[in-house]
Design a protein around this ligand. Structure first.
Ligand code: ATP
Ligand code: MG
Length: 558
């Protein structure tokens, strides 16, 4: 018992440690976390980490989890993204219950907060242009210069800010700035802009507002209004924390939230940044935000990943303060582990060639009982048709075998998986020398794939019955970026694309059961990998499968 408690303490991440300390000190009765996406694109695997982290903490400490759209920037936001984000978060298994919020619903409170700062002499309206503000800001080594408008009176500031709100000024002609310290070593504290004039239509508030708050001002207010206790964000905001703290302090919130930063999740050889995914979509390089080669959550779902595999992956990644890249192979490991027991093991021939069993009765079809998953008897069994004419993988036959080849070649005996032993007797070829039909004989006494007399065969191959096989399309994927060259081009920052990222294999032949596959049904195809019926293109009778992952990997969990 004692030992277990000790182990649990060690495995706590730094955010859990902070939360436990806060709870122990009685700082909060209950914690509240949030996931605050900007609705300007689809969520990706990195967001999954943030979602599951925030949701997981709320669960673990019996607190609350808020879903909040950070929609304070009217230029880039779209309703389409709001819907996709909600769907993705639900699919991942994070439940916000009735705690769905939109930052744009707080515009009134944000405006009042700005007025409060003005009244306290902590904010001023500034007429410098964007360029001048940049010049006045100073550099990392030199302090900034104060704006000539910095000492406007409270009355004048209130009046001007109200006029800004009433639309009396042109975009960019005036901003509201916090009055902090132009000599601060932290550039974010050098009188940052907190409101700008922008005559733009907002997807939620329409034309009501023509001033919009800046992120660094808006975010702490959103957190405070909702009663968020631990506002978890990624490392790039570390230098913004003093401003976050300044805002909640100056606005005198009774229970100020606090910001905690963790390292972003990066995956090797994939494109995460929303910006880059968007470009691939807009340039038509991929077929939409859910193209299975992407790592958007929609793409992972379409490809066949399960929420459980992503949860496991995020858990294995851990939470840290140091930026690093996780091997894509770890994500593959997680889906393999998850599907190993869940997915039925089926026979599908991706590159078929005909095999005729010359001593098998003509016109006869028999049904063999086959376990759906050897490792998981709970998945039951199915009846697989077998007959005189079958299809096997072209690579499972060699007229002249190479060294150590254990599959079918003249005179050699192999096991047809779950069926019979067969011995190859020869093959037919076309004019170009391609094998068109392979011939063999079977041993009726070896039914079920077991040797009748202790005879051993070295190879086992999979097959489908020619008469009942269903034609399918299989899509095989490689990384969208070129592994050798790296994700981004060193010279111009563009993406190094892999021209072979998608291989469409038509004319695959699969067992009849697979012909009935419905969207998102997942299977293991013997030897070929885990596959998932494509949610857009797969139809009963004409299935289309996405390969989620191949079966083998050199990846080992440390
Ligand atoms: P991107 O950089 O991919 O465009 P973003 O940070 O602009 O993402 P937001 O919608 O602002 O996207 O992010 C919502 C939340 O997700 C933020 O709290 C952000 O810190 C977090 N987040 C974004 N990318 C990652 C990542 N790679 N790993 C972990 N958390 C992330
Ligand atoms: Mg962002």
């Amino acid at each position: 018992m004692e030992k277990e408690t000790a182990k649990e303490t060690v495995s706590k991440n730094f955010i859990e440690q902070i939360i436990e300390k806060d709870l122990a000190e009685g700082k909060y009765d209950e914690i509240c976390t949030r996931f605050p996406p900007e609705p300007n694109g689809y969520l990706h695997i990195g967001h999954a980490k943030s979602i599951l982290l925030n949701y997981g903490l709320a669960q673990k400490y019996h607190g609350k989890f808020n879903m909040r759209f950070d929609d304070t920037n009217p230029t880039k936001e779209k309703v389409e993204f709001v819907e996709s984000i909600k769907k993705d978060i639900q699919w991942l298994g994070a439940d916000w219950e009735d705690r769905l919020y939109f930052a744009s619903n707080y515009f009134e409170q944000m405006y009042e907060a700005a007025v409060k700062l003005i009244k306290k002499g902590k904010a001023f309206v500034c007429d410098l242009t964007a360029e001048e503000i940049r010049e006045y800001r100073g550099t990392l080594t030199e302090p900034g210069k104060e704006s000539p408008y910095r000492n406007r009176s409270v009355e004048e500031n209130l009046e001007l800010f109200e006029k800004m709100k009433n639309g009396e000024f042109k975009d960019g002609s005036k901003v509201l700035r916090a009055k902090i310290d132009m000599a601060s070593p932290n550039i974010n504290m050098r009188d940052p802009v907190i409101y700008r004039v922008a005559h733009m239509t907002h997807h939620n508030t329409g034309d009501k507002w023509c001033i919009y708050p800046m992120y660094d001002f808006a975010h702490p207010i959103e957190d405070a209004i909702e009663g968020v206790t631990h506002s978890i964000c990624t490392l790039e905001f570390e230098d913004h924390r003093p401003l976050y703290d300044w805002v909640v302090q100056e606005l005198e919130y009774v229970h100020p939230p606090k910001q905690i930063e963790f390292a972003k999740l990066y995956l090797t050889n994939v494109v995460t940044g929303k910006r880059y995914i968007k470009k691939l979509v807009e340039d038509g390089i991929v077929d939409g935000w859910d193209d299975p080669r992407l790592v958007s959550i929609a793409a992972l779902r379409r490809r066949g990943f399960t929420p459980e595999s992503i949860q496991k992956f995020v858990e294995l990644c851990g939470v840290s303060k140091a930026n690093s890249s996780v091997d894509y192979a770890m994500l593959e490991y997680c889906i393999r582990e998850d599907l190993k027991m869940k997915a039925p093991r089926m026979m599908a021939v991706l590159d078929p060639v005909k095999l005729v069993i010359d001593n098998y009765p003509e016109g006869e079809i028999e049904y063999l009982e086959v376990p759906n998953n050897m490792e998981n008897p709970e998945l039951g069994t199915r009846q697989v048709p077998f007959g005189r004419e079958l299809y096997i993988e072209r690579e499972d036959f060699m007229e002249v075998p190479i060294k150590k080849y254990k599959r079918l070649y003249p005179e050699n005996e192999v096991r047809l998986m779950n069926a019979y032993f067969v011995t190859c007797t020869g093959c037919e070829k076309d004019e170009e020398g391609n094998v068109t039909v392979i011939h063999c004989t079977y041993d009726p006494a070896s039914k079920g794939g077991n040797s009748p007399d202790g005879r051993k065969v070295k190879g086992t191959i999979h097959w489908v019955c020619a008469e009942t096989a269903v034609e399918a399309e299989c899509r095989l994927y490689e990384n969208i970026v070129d592994e050798e060259k790296g994700v981004y081009n060193k010279e111009d920052g563009s993406l190094n694309l892999n021209p072979n990222s998608l291989t469409v294999v038509k004319g695959c032949l699969v067992e009849p059961e697979l012909g009935k596959a419905e969207s998102y049904d997942r299977f293991q195809f013997v030897r070929n990998g885990f596959f998932c019926a494509d949610c857009h293109d797969s139809k009963p009778g004409a299935p289309v499968f996405n390969r989620i992952v191949s079966l083998k990997s050199s990846f080992k969990l440390k």
